[in-house]
Design a protein around this ligand. Structure first.
Ligand SMILES: [Fe+2]
Ligand SMILES: [Fe+2]
Length: 290
C-alpha cells in the first residue's frame, strides 16, 4: 500500500472501527484479563491505525466538506440497484485482515437482524438491522474510510469533548472559525436534529436513500446509529427537539444488536433468504438509487 493510499485508508479492515467501539463500550463490566487484553490492544498496530483513522476523520470532516459530499452523493447518480444487488455489491468489499476471524458484511447484517428477530421485535426493526450498513458501499465508490465509517457528530457547531479522540479536532479548520466553534454555531437551542448537519458517512447516505420507505424509528436508527456522542454520551441534547428525544430510545435499543451480536452459529444465508426477500419487498421498491 503506498503512502497516499495509506493516507486515505489507514484501517486494514473498515470493521476495525467497530472493534474499537466494543473496547470503548464493553458489553459487560470487563474482567482483569480483558483489561489486560485491552492494554495490549492499545499498544497494537491495529489501535494505531484506528487512531490515525480518527485523526483523518476529525481534521477533514468540516461543514464545507459535508456540504460538498451532499451535493455529490445526494444526486443519486452512481448506481441503480435492488437491495439484494446492493448487499452483494457491499460484500465485494474485501479487507486484507484475517478472513477467519472476521465476518463478511452480509454476516454482520444478518446476525444483527436475526438477533432482533429472535427478540420478537416488529418486522421493520428486523429489516433495519438487515440493511443498516448498506451505506458502506460508499467505500466501493472510492470514498476514503474516514468519510464512510467512524463515529458521527454535528458539524457547524463546537465539537464536543465527549467525541472519541477530541484532541484531533484542534486541526479541523472549523474549530478556529467563530461561525462554527460556539456551543450552537449555526444552530439554535433545541432546533431538532433534522436541522443539524452531521459528519458525512454511511449513516446519512443510507438515510437519504431510504427516507421515503421506512417508518420513522427505522430512519432514526439508520441515520444516527454511529452518533455515539449522543446515544451513549448525551453530548448534544441541547440541539435535540422532543421528537428526537423520543426517537433516540429506538437508536439506543438498536445499538447493542449492532455492537455485540456474534452468533455461535453463522446464519444460513440460503435458508433465510425467502424471509428477507418478503420483508424487503414489503417495504422497499424494486430498485434503489445510489
Ligand atoms: Fe454502521
Ligand atoms: Fe453495523
Amino acid at each position: 500500500m503506498d503512502i497516499r493510499e495509506n493516507y486515505k485508508n489507514p484501517l486494514k479492515d473498515i470493521d476495525d472501527w467497530e472493534e474499537n467501539l466494543k473496547e470503548r463500550y464493553p458489553e459487560h463490566n470487563i474482567s482483569k484479563k480483558e483489561k489486560e487484553e485491552f492494554r495490549n490492544y492499545i499498544d497494537s498496530d491495529r489501535a494505531k491505525t484506528v487512531r490515525e483513522f480518527y485523526r483523518l476523520n476529525h481534521i477533514n470532516q468540516t461543514y464545507d466538506f459535508v456540504s460538498k459530499k451532499e451535493t455529490e452523493f445526494l444526486k443519486f447518480n452512481k448506481k441503480e440497484m435492488s437491495l439484494w444487488e446492493a448487499v452483494d455489491f457491499l460484500n465485494t468489499l474485501v479487507d486484507d485482515s484475517d478472513p477467519d476471524i472476521d465476518l463478511d458484511q452480509l454476516q454482520h447484517l444478518l446476525q444483527t437482524s436475526e438477533a432482533i428477530r429472535a427478540d420478537g421485535h416488529p418486522d421493520w426493526f428486523v429489516l433495519t438491522g438487515f440493511l443498516h450498513d448498506i451505506g458502506k458501499v460508499l467505500c466501493l465508490f472510492g470514498e476514503p474510510q474516514w468519510a464512510v465509517v467512524g463515529d458521527t457528530f454535528p458539524v457547524g457547531c463546537k465539537f464536543s469533548d465527549k467525541i472519541v479522540y477530541p484532541d484531533f479536532f484542534a486541526e479541523n479548520p472549523d474549530n478556529s472559525n467563530p461561525k462554527y466553534n460556539t456551543k450552537y454555531g449555526v444552530y439554535s437551542p433545541n432546533c431538532g436534529l433534522k436541522n443539524v448537519k452531521m459528519s458525512w458517512g454511511h449513516d446519512e447516505y443510507l438515510y437519504q436513500i431510504l427516507k421515503d420507505y421506512l417508518p420513522e424509528p427505522a430512519l432514526y436508527i439508520i441515520r444516527y446509529h454511529s452518533f455515539y456522542a449522543q446515544h451513549r454520551e448525551d453530548a448534544y441534547t441541547h440541539l435535540m427537539d422532543s421528537k428526537d428525544i423520543e426517537m433516540f430510545e429506538w437508536v439506543k435499543k438498536f445499538n447493542p444488536y449492532d455492537l455485540y451480536t456474534k452468533a455461535p452459529v453463522k446464519p444460513d444465508v440460503k435458508a433465510l433468504k425467502p424471509y428477507y426477500k418478503a420483508l424487503v419487498k414489503k417495504y422497499l421498491p424494486e430498485l434503489l438509487k445510489f
